[in-house]
Design a binder for this molecule. Sequence first.
Ligand SMILES: N[C@@H](CCC(=O)N[C@@H](CS)C(=O)NCC(=O)O)C(=O)O
Length: 201
Amino acid sequence: MKLHWSPVSPYVRKVMIVALETGFAGRLERVRSVAVMSEVNASLSADNPLNKLPTLVCDDGRVLFDSCVICEFLDPEGILHPRGFDARICALRRQAFGDGLLDLLILLRNERNRPIPFQSPPHLSAWLTKAKNALDRLEAEVPGFDHQGMDIGDVSIGCALGYLDVRFADMAWREGRPMLDRWEADISRRSSFMQTVAVVE
Ligand SMILES: N[C@@H](CCC(=O)N[C@@H](CS)C(=O)NCC(=O)O)C(=O)O
């Protein structure tokens, strides 16, 4: 299976963590692909017209995106995707929470990278406030996390926090959020997280 991959994409990291946890990592042929909002990557777009990472080309020719679909595909036994209804909704909600935070961070980063005269202060301010509100809510939710096992929600939230460390050190997200800080420190000691730490080229 061919995975359009990048060493710094947090959504790709989700997929790699799941693949390592479920035993599929060895079957993935990682192809270094570059995806940015302002350009079209012809070889990536040939597989995925949305031009997004991650994109998985299966051995039977099916092309899967986005990260949620790929993660589910790589977890046929439900190791990280609980089968029971309540546990499943809880895990999927937390996955949406982590992915939603990431979506905000990607928007912020793209806007920050534009030349200053073209940046939109209201958008920057609103996205930053929403990201901080999301982090505050996660801090409040940490006591309710299942601290024994790991599911797809943990993977997604862990990747969002890891991305903050890589791209938004100035946000100092750990300050005033001690429970989330400890939780992230714990999950980032897992082998699958350690093997997929972002590498900024
Ligand atoms: N919801 C998607 C988001 C994927 C995404 O936005 N990936 C970024 C890279 S980190 C991307 O491909 N950006 C290029 C673009 O939006 O054109 C997922 O979970 O896979």
